[in-house]
Design a protein around this ligand. Structure first.
Ligand code: ZN
Length: 302
């Protein structure tokens, strides 16, 4: 079974807390049978460009070190293979893509295949859900999203506000949300409303389910069944073939009991099976749906 995860903050953890244990390790990815783990270059604790530059440089150094240790980088999600672990880069917060469209192609050249327009800071592209729901994409944000689609970097709407999300869809470019959940089941501003989910699924987009308890339930109390509830809710909104996992490991300080690291992902798959999500639908959620998203995304604008 191909197993994919569209978000973790392991590069940030290794760059900023060296020597400390991480949720995601190669040994765990291998044991869990993960085929493709996306590693985020995350904008971090300050939106100041100099700080972000230093942090990204440090995370890229960590990434080079991991590759020296044998971690294998996928430049395309469709390189994912059953029984082999590959890692792919993403960006979380486009602060370093603000100053010119040519930077987008450079990051794509390094293998970045998805980029969250914002983290929780407003930037030159857009406004995060954390600040308001109503401010749309900025003019440069529109240009940047078009350029991302041209070069094959999926715009990631996790953290982006609602109007920004609609602006991307209205441009005819179908984004993904690498680590987001259902607002109908947990009211956090980061989550996607039924209306957003329906539109995203109908257009061919993709959502990676976040494992953070506070995005899954309003009181933060969760079991594996709470995650199943979100999956089933998305399936009811047309999410078949459109959803997967975006764990947020190494970026979340609290965990759902029984879902503490990649080692527990097979338990989540077993829980989904117990809830009646089986066969091709389950196999798609485990990983194949991400691959087919890129089959739809890549030819969009060339
Ligand atoms: Zn995040």
């Amino acid at each position: 079974m191909i197993l994919c995860d569209t978000h973790c903050d392991t590069l940030y953890a290794l760059a900023t807390r060296p020597g400390q244990a991480t949720d995601v390790t190669m040994e765990r990815l291998q044991k869990a049978g993960i085929s493709l783990q996306t590693l985020a270059l995350y904008v971090g604790g300050s939106p100041k460009k100099e700080d972000v530059q230093v942090l990204f440089d440090n995370m890229l150094r960590v990434f080079d070190r991991l590759k020296d240790q044998g971690w294998q980088q996928a430049m395309d999600p469709r390189e994912a293979e059953d029984g082999k672990v590959k890692v792919m880069l993403s960006i979380e917060g486009c602060e370093l893509l603000e100053d010119g469209l040519e930077s987008i192609g450079l990051w794509r050249g390094r293998g970045v295949r998805m980029a969250a327009i914002t983290w929780n800071y407003e930037n030159g592209l857009g406004t995060p859900a954390k600040l308001n729901a109503t401010e749309g994409l900025k003019p440069y944000g529109r240009q940047a999203v078009r350029e991302m689609a041209r070069v094959g970097m999926a715009p990631d709407t996790s953290h982006l506000n609602e109007q920004g999300f609609w602006d991307i869809l209205e441009m005819g470019i179908v984004p993904l949300a690498s680590h987001s959940c259902c607002k109908a089941l947990c009211g956090h501003c980061r989550n996607l409303s039924d209306e957003q989910l329906k539109a995203l699924f109908a257009a061919g987009g993709y959502v990676g389910l976040n494992f953070y308890p506070w995005f899954l339930s309003d009181d933060g109390k969760c079991t594996l069944d709470t995650l199943c509830d979100h999956v089933i809710h998305m399936l009811e909104l047309g999410g078949e073939g459109r959803i997967g996992f975006g764990s947020d490991f190494d970026g979340i300080e609290e965990k759902v009991p029984g879902l503490e690291s990649p080692l527990d992902v097979p338990a989540l798959i077993a829980a989904l099976e117990r809830r009646g999500v089986t066969g091709d639908i389950l196999e798609g959620i485990a990983g194949k749906n991400l691959l087919s998203y890129y089959d739809r995304f890549d030819p969009m604008i060339k």
